[in-house]
Write a protein that binds this ligand. Structure first.
Ligand code: IMP
Ligand code: MG
Length: 175
């Protein structure tokens, strides 16, 4: 039988859309005359990124990296590797990394360290959600959608064992 966890709505699609609008406004102001390159961290960020870029009427380019952290279901193992790296140079570009969630911070710190070595002109982070109470590595989030309590969430790109990425709202998985 397929495991059916209880889901409770936490952030509605309307609230998400308003946050995406606000973030796009902030980003538009800051990158007006820059060479903006958005780098999405797969897979989780793809829904958020798709909505965000359609609110950014700026010349921009897109790239993706894919990070993989080994380990149990709802925990970062602390060991990260990139299973998809960049295929082009980012030297001299204004890079904005797009992430779905910053939890312990281990994954995004690894990604940011990797990108920093490639000498972009600037490197900033935009995250849809943040769980600061879980942090193990300090992370500076330049553009943030929502601060969350210490609960596991799914929907709007975020998964539990690859399920629920397609839900338009964000849900808490009840224990
Ligand atoms: P970190 O390395 O602990 O910051 O974990 C980041 C990654 O773990 C995210 O990119 C997600 O893929 C996953 N993750 C952490 N918390 C959640 C959650 O509440 N729901 C779904 N995925 C999560
Ligand atoms: Mg992710």
């Amino acid at each position: 039988m397929v495991f059916q966890p209880q889901l409770r709505i936490l952030i509605s699609h309307d609230q998400i859309a308003k946050a995406v609008d606000r973030l796009a406004r902030e980003i538009r102001t800051d990158y007006e005359d820059k060479q903006l390159l958005l780098i999405g961290v797969l897979k989780g960020s793809f829904v958020f990124m798709a909505d965000l870029i359609r609110q950014l009427d700026l010349p921009l380019e897109l790239e993706f990296v894919k990070a993989c952290s080994y380990g149990a279901r709802q925990e970062s193992s602390g060991r990260v590797r990139l299973v998809q790296r960049l295929s082009t140079s980012i030297k001299g570009k204004d890079v904005l990394v797009i992430e779905d969630i910053v939890d312990t911070g281990i994954t995004i710190s690894f990604v940011l360290d990797y990108l920093r070595k490639k000498k972009p002109a600037s490197l900033k982070l935009c995250a849809l959600t943040d769980k600061p109470s879980r942090r193990r590595v300090p992370v500076c989030i330049d553009y943030l959608g929502f601060t969350l309590p210490n609960r596991f969430i799914v929907g709007y790109g975020l998964d539990l064992d690859e399920r629920f990425r397609n839900l338009p709202d964000i849900y808490v998985v009840e224990d």
